[in-house]
Design a protein around this ligand. Structure first.
Ligand code: NCD
Length: 321
């Protein structure tokens, strides 16, 4: 760990995992470790971002991602403005670019954006003066989720390299899967995806992962089982015969988990559909499930990302680190 030492992070924005190098990912994870410690203290606050403004702009519903970005920014003493679609002018027909211009006039230092269209966050980033963090764009990327998942695994298992991770379920509609497939491979893990053929993206063979359409085969000897929600809101038409059928073949229960390594760990980015992609009892099994740790790591990773992206700003302004 080298938290606190000089970190070189040459990116102005965090739009995706694509393009990040292992030392840059490690730098964020190391800082994440530091912020886990800070978040466990009774006094959780430091003043790293005093005077800076963070805007959370959410065009899509979110519970944990939005609140954890808010908690992260507040813990570092930034001024936080939360905007969601229902209260913004987007509903009145304002374009994304007009929104960017309006927000620019408020001089945000960091803009955290979630949008239902893949690529929308990149478009906004091109027009923004401050740093932009992608909090999930369509089915494209969700980089802070992959980073918090990596921190969760690294803290529990001690490493990311030479692990076999199975990502299971609705891969086709999942930005979590896309970001995780990239990050885990960059860090030397082997990645499998397990899904019914209807829930696999068309270009899956180009992503470097092993593909399975049978849970028992795909789970054999894996270290980590990452379950995904069926993203019904992104589906036009029917991709699975019925939710009951889906659970029977692709839901994680103890019988299927028995094919994985005896100490295999379970993850889920949330929100969970208990009884659809995961057996409720397994999700709550404190020996096997890392789901609660993932939420804790979410705040720490977002603090780390806010820290790293504002570093040059703070250095220019002469603020101490
Ligand atoms: C995920 C998302 O929004 O992409 N959730 C999250 O960020 N915690 C996954 C999902 O919605 O199923």
């Amino acid at each position: 760990m080298n938290a606190g030492s000089a970190i070189s992070f040459p990116h102005r924005h965090l739009l995706g995992i694509e393009g990040l190098l292992p030392p840059q990912i490690e730098a964020i994870l190391d800082l994440g470790d530091k912020y886990v410690e800070q978040s466990r203290r009774v006094d959780k606050k430091s003043n790293l971002l005093s005077g800076l403004t963070v805007i959370n702009l959410f065009f899509e519903n979110s519970t944990r991602t939005r609140t954890s970005f808010e908690a992260a920014a507040k813990r570092l003493d930034a001024d936080v403005i939360n905007m969601s679609v229902s209260t913004s002018s987007i509903k009145k027909g304002e374009t994304l670019i007009d929104t960017a211009m309006t927000l620019n006039a408020m001089h945000p230092d960091v803009l955290v954006v979630r949008h239902s269209d893949s690529g929308a966050v990149q478009l906004l980033a091109e027009k923004m003066r401050g740093a932009v963090v992608n909090a999930g764009d369509g089915r494209h990327e969700h980089p802070t989720q992959a980073l918090l998942d990596a921190l969760t695994i690294r803290r529990r298992v001690g490493r990311l390299s030479n692990l076999t991770v199975a990502i299971c379920g609705d891969i086709a509609h999942s930005r979590v899967a896309r970001s995780n497939m990239q990050l885990l491979q960059i860090m030397g893990a082997r990645v499998r995806v397990i899904a019914p053929p209807t829930l696999l993206p068309a270009a899956i063979d180009r992503l470097g992962v092993e593909v399975f359409t049978d849970m028992r085969e795909g789970l054999r000897d894996v270290d980590i089982v990452m379950m995904l929600r069926l993203q019904l809101e992104r589906m036009q038409g029917s991709f699975v015969p019925s939710v009951r059928e889906y659970f029977r073949f692709f839901g994680l229960d103890r019988e299927k988990l028995a094919y994985a390594k005896p100490d295999a760990l379970i993850m889920h980015p949330g929100p969970m559909n208990r009884g659809v992609e995961i057996d409720s009892d397994l999700a709550d099994d404190i020996d096997r499930s890392l789901i609660r740790d993932q939420v804790e790591m979410g705040v720490a990773i977002r603090m780390a990302v806010l820290d790293i992206l504002t570093k040059s700003l703070r250095t220019e302004a002469g603020t101490t680190l």
